[in-house]
Design a protein around this ligand. Structure first.
Ligand code: DAH
Length: 327
């Protein structure tokens, strides 16, 4: 077989294989087989180069023509196949990956909502920096008119750290701290954790949340307290919520009251409240002849339980994701 015949038969083989290329892989196999460094075209070129100039002219011209033509075709085909592969990779109709989105804890939501309402009434929020969980007995009890042997200390079983330092049993010490720091008129609100030695059951927890409001000015009246609480109740439980105030007792208010909201047949205590006791005013250096005020406290868990229909306070701290997702 002459070298020219060999070139012709190689061209036939190349054209035959070319017709079957249908993928990037088959194209690459084709390129390596014929046009690679050790490919068939290179083999023939080597052979041709050994021939005399006359012999090699025609074969050389022909193989060069084949080489140039197919290198171009291979490049074109490659771009075509890659473009097709691209549109396969980006499937615009694929179902998107599900993204997990977090949300606020139900207690945080209730706190935010309450703070929104109360600050909307002109109360300024006192943050955790001015209201520590680890508190002095003096602020938690004594300044609030609860001296060491006062029986009302039994109402709130306390985690003591030393005999003078404790985990606050209520947010009311924030009243004292604020009155010592600021000059009236004072209108503040604070929400945070409180602690009591208590069984951990469906309705008790050793740590829970309270919110506290305090208003001090000249001539503050009980009616203003009532009006404020009514607004709060409407905002939390709706326009139709029924609210009433019943006499109660707290050492740091006089008179003291319980703010109750009606649910079906039952009246539930929502607020402890009253007019700031003259002795408390004196304890922080304010004259009860000049200054007066009201204060109120409420339990956040209780409100969240009513709002979301939850019957076990432990659910808030169990961190069961199934529960938290429901709300
Ligand atoms: N600190 C009280 C408690 O934990 C609630 C309370 C009652 C807060 C009367 C007040 C208040 O500000 O005036 O039971």
């Amino acid at each position: 077989m002459s070298i020219l015949d060999e070139v012709h038969s190689l061209r036939t083989e190349i054209e035959k294989d070319w017709a079957h290329i249908d993928s990037i892989e088959s194209l690459e196999n084709f390129r390596v087989k014929f046009f690679g460094k050790k490919g068939k075209v290179q083999d023939i070129i080597k052979k041709i180069s050994l021939l005399s100039p006359e012999e090699r002219r025609e074969a050389g011209r022909l193989i060069n023509e084949i080489k140039v033509k197919f290198e171009e075709l291979v490049q074109e085909r490659k771009e075509e196949l890659l473009a097709r592969l691209g549109s396969d990779t980006y499937d615009l109709y694929i179902t998107p990956r599900h993204l997990e989105v977090g949300n606020l804890h139900p207690l945080s939501k209730v706190v935010d909502e309450l703070l929104d309402v109360v600050t909307g009434l002109g109360f300024e929020e006192v943050g955790l920096n001015d209201a520590p969980d680890v508190e002095w007995d003096y602020y938690n009890f004594e300044c609030l008119n609860i001296p060491p042997y006062h029986p009302s200390r039994d109402m709130q079983a306390t985690f003591f750290i030393t005999d003078k330092m404790l985990l606050r049993t209520q947010t009311s010490p924030v009243q004292v701290r604020t009155m010592l720091q600021r000059k009236p008129p004072i209108r503040v609100v604070h929400a945070g954790r409180v602690y009591r030695v208590d069984a951990f059951d469906a309705t008790h927890a050793p740590c829970f949340y309270q919110m506290e409001g305090l208003y001090i000015d000249r001539n503050v009246s009980f009616a203003e307290l009532r009006g404020t609480l009514e607004v709060l109740v409407r905002e939390i439980f709706g326009e139709k919520a029924e609210f009433r105030m019943m006499p109660s007792y707290f050492p740091f208010t006089e008179p003291s009251a319980e703010g109750q909201v009606r649910f079906g047949e039952e009246w539930l205590e929502i607020f402890g409240c009253g007019m700031v006791h003259p002795q408390v005013l004196r304890n922080v250096g304010l004259s009860p002849e000049v200054w007066s005020g009201y204060a109120f406290g409420l339990g956040i868990e209780r409100i969240a339980m009513i709002k979301y229909g939850i019957n076990d306070i432990r659910l808030f701290s169990d961190n069961d994701i199934r529960f938290l997702r429901q709300l």
